[in-house]
Design a protein around this ligand. Structure first.
Ligand SMILES: Cc1ncc(COP(=O)(O)O)c(C=O)c1O
Length: 269
């Protein structure tokens, strides 16, 4: 093999060579099925098995237990700026945001674009996003607080997540540090991340919804914008990014073989 370069791209980012080799080995004929995973019907038994194993391995690696709905959606993390506000901010409440950089600000702006009442609970814009604000001020009737755990462009990362009253959920765009270390996932009502940085190639977004949040989902949304649709149909209301989900499954297996997130955290440090 020609020597591979050091690839520091934030995303699409480097994938483990072991995973690339396994994809290569199974590309033309996946485990004797006579076709590539790319060519399989998403409704077939063979593909459903791949999908289910990917969901289960995400749960194992990230310590989700049975507390979370695990979805694989299209549209990137950027679509989650819109979907999180649409699905979880009712008309009589406010969506709250901490602005720690470009992506956090994009989530805040998107909530406003779709007509939600959006409150900036804190911002580090005064010093060019060079820090994570310690204090924040929620609105009077907050639906949730949204943060960006790692600010890919500003280079700042939460090491301690905000503490909230029990009935106010914490939402997090974890696109650039998901599964880089073990975390207490139960602190979060909603976690989402584009796959292309830490968990696979571009084309799928991992969305984790804590099950007690389901009763808060807003009704009567356009079909593809509603988390309810994707929960009910197990991410298969329409054709999901099948090949990407398969590769995420391989990355999860690789993470488990490496010793899980505790080992990966050490390695990262
Ligand atoms: C923290 C964060 N959120 C969101 C995005 C946008 O993700 P996507 O391109 O999947 O929409 C990025 C992209 O780099 C990011 O770093």
């Amino acid at each position: 093999m020609q020597e591979r370069v050091h690839n520091f791209s934030a995303g699409p980012a480097v994938l483990p060579v072991e995973v690339l080799l396994e994809i290569q080995k199974d590309l033309l004929n996946y485990k004797g099925k006579g076709m590539s995973v790319m060519e399989m019907s998403h409704r077939s038994k063979d593909y459903q098995a791949i999908f289910n194993e990917t969901v289960e391995s995400v749960k194992r690696v990230f310590g989700l237990g049975d507390n979370f709905e695990v979805l694989f959606l299209g549209g990137g993390a950027t679509t989650q700026f819109l979907m999180s506000a649409l699905n979880f901010c009712p008309p009589d409440k406010e969506a709250n945001f901490i602005n720690t950089g470009t992506w956090a600000n994009n989530a805040y702006k998107e909530a406003k674009i779709i007509g939600k009442t959006a409150n900036l609970a804190a911002s580090s814009e005064d010093r060019n996003f060079s820090y994570i604000p310690k204090e924040f001020k929620l609105s009077d009737n907050p639906a949730y607080l949204h943060i960006t755990s790692n600010n890919t462009i500003a280079g700042t990362q939460y090491h301690k997540y905000p503490e909230l009253p029990q009935d106010i959920p914490l939402f997090c765009d974890m696109s650039s540090d998901i599964m880089s270390k073990p975390i207490d996932v139960n602190k979060f009502g909603l976690i989402y991340a584009g796959a292309q940085k830490n968990i696979g190639p571009a084309g799928a977004t991992l969305v984790l919804i804590r099950k007690d949040m389901i009763e808060r989902l807003q009704p009567d949304l356009p079909t593809m914008m509603s988390y309810q649709t994707h929960i009910k149909k197990g991410s298969m209301h329409n054709t999901p990014p099948t090949f990407i989900i398969y590769i995420i499954g391989l990355v999860m297996k690789w993470l488990e073989n490496k010793g899980g997130l505790a080992a990966i955290e050490k390695h990262n440090q």
